[in-house]
Design a protein around this ligand. Structure first.
Ligand code: UT7
Length: 330
């Protein structure tokens, strides 16, 4: 086999809508309390996009910030991958809408759907394109407007999620920045986290709307148990692939679903919580956007420094899970 090229993240960006919905605001909508949400999840507030704002609008802003951070022009982008469970529409892809918005006239573009693990799937896919030499500059985005697919009468789900977008530029680099990745799935347990209506199995009808089937449904405790098992083990699988010991990890950027799930993962990786980035208190669970937004904030706040070995890990609907071990080379 020919020699592979090296890949690395050279820029990050994120964008959050301005409107804040606090736990106290939710107390007025459903039978819940700030105390319950805080102790069970760690979430205090989340951002909500305005009615006329779609995932591509948030994605575009995050993409522009990431390109500026990496110092590349839109015409240099070879490929755009958008990870989202809340695309603007079935087609065109959200990636094509972003391609138009930013003027990336030389880029191919497509979406990928692996729910909350979507960004890790997209990053791993981008890594393959760079390492084989097929592309040099890839824009990878996680963008969600989950507020649009929530049942605001269902306290089991509406308290958990929020809107936002995060992006990275992945480029061919001199130094290796993508040390290893690991992805997994288990479709047998897909029923525990679904958005049943609106596809070819169950097109939207008055009946599906009456029954709230066009909104997220979740068996919370099933997903919780799966997440506690999976977050640590998938990070360990990726670490094993690149032969990195637990003591060598500098920082963890996990999917932001629940602070208890994150604490369990940190424990499994023997990391103190000051080496773990948490922003779910501010934003809730932003599905595919959680990891790239957290990565951007961790880098910009200097929690991640040049040379650090960082674990990115996520789990989500599908069921899916994934982890990437990156070296911060910027
Ligand atoms: O990115 C992937 C997406 N999903 C997730 O990551 C979710 C993973 N799961 C979780 O984070 C947790 O399971 C939840 C936070 C969703 C729920 O926490 P839990 O400790 O598993 O609670 P539970 O579902 O076992 O419910 C405990 C009680 C129930 O009442 P009873 O049956 O004991 O009387 C619920 O009805 O809490 C009740 N409950 C609530 N009470 C106040 C459920 N939601 C609420 C609420 N406010 N919002």
């Amino acid at each position: 086999m020919n020699k592979l090229f090296s890949a690395g993240i050279t820029g990050t960006g994120s964008f959050l809508p301005e409107k804040v919905l606090t736990n106290h605001d939710l107390e007025k909508i459903v039978d819940t309390s700030d105390e319950w949400i805080t102790t069970r999840t760690g979430i205090k507030s989340r951002r909500i996009a305005d009615d006329q704002i779609a995932s591509s609008d948030l994605a575009t802003k995050a993409a522009e910030a990431a390109m500026e951070d990496a110092g590349i022009h839109p015409e240099e982008v070879d490929l755009i991958i958008v990870a989202t469970a809340t695309p603007d529409m079935a087609f065109p892809s959200t990636a094509c809408i972003v391609q138009k918005n930013i003027g990336a006239v030389n880029a191919a573009a497509f979406d990928i759907e692996a729910a909350c693990t979507g960004f890790l799937y997209a990053l791993t896919m981008g890594e393959q394109f760079i390492k084989t030499g097929f592309y040099k500059n890839i824009l990878i985005i996680g963008a969600e407007t989950l507020s649009k697919v929530l049942n605001w009468k269902d306290r089991n789900t509406c308290i958990l999620f929020g809107d936002g977008a995060g992006a990275v530029i992945l480029q061919r680099t001199e130094e290796e920045g993508m040390l290893a990745s690991y992805l997994g799935s288990d479709g047998r347990n897909s029923d525990s986290l679904t958005l049943p209506a609106g596809g070819s199995r169950m097109p939207i009808s008055y009946k599906t709307i009456d029954e709230g089937l066009h909104c997220i449904r979740m068996e919370g405790s099933e997903v919780f148990k799966f997440a506690v098992r999976t977050m640590g083990s998938s990070a360990l699988k990726a670490l094993e692939k690149c032969n990195i010991a637990l003591e060598e990890i500098d920082f963890l950027v996990p999917h932001q679903a629940n602070s208890r799930i994150i604490e369990a993962a940190a424990k499994r990786l023997k990391l103190p919580m000051d080496k773990v980035y948490i922003n779910l208190d501010k934003y809730g669970n932003m599905s595919a956007a959680s990891v790239p937004v957290a990565l951007d904030e961790a880098v910009k706040s200097n929690a991640i420094k040049k040379g650090d070995k960082v674990v990115l890990v996520a789990f989500g609907g599908g069921l899916t899970w994934g982890s990437s071990i990156i070296k911060w080379i910027k």
